[in-house]
Design a protein around this ligand. Structure first.
Ligand code: SF4
Length: 80
């Protein structure tokens, strides 16, 4: 899992950096500087919380290739 910010949608509230200071800092104007590496497993719940709290939906998580194999993902999709 990786964190991504849509710089167009972000309004620099800084809430994400408050919730996840381990991976998100703020620049001089209050816009997030996001660690682009994989989110450590122990921080995934907080990363999801920061995504859910973003008031402009600018923050998102994306799966990385380290996720389950494609066959498992297909099975998950059918289970929904
Ligand atoms: S919470 Fe959302 S809008 Fe606010 S700084 Fe973070 S990404 Fe930008």
């Amino acid at each position: 899992m990786k964190l991504r910010v849509n710089p167009i949608a972000c309004e620099g509230h800084g809430l994400c950096a408050e919730l996840l200071p381990e991976l998100i800092g703020l620049d001089d104007w209050g816009y997030p500087i996001v660690d682009t590496g994989d989110v450590p497993r122990d921080l995934e719940p907080m990363a999801r919380r920061a995504v859910a709290a973003c008031p402009t939906l600018a923050l998102a998580v994306e799966r990385t290739s380290a996720g389950p194999p494609a066959r498992s993902r297909r099975r998950e999709a059918h289970a929904r």
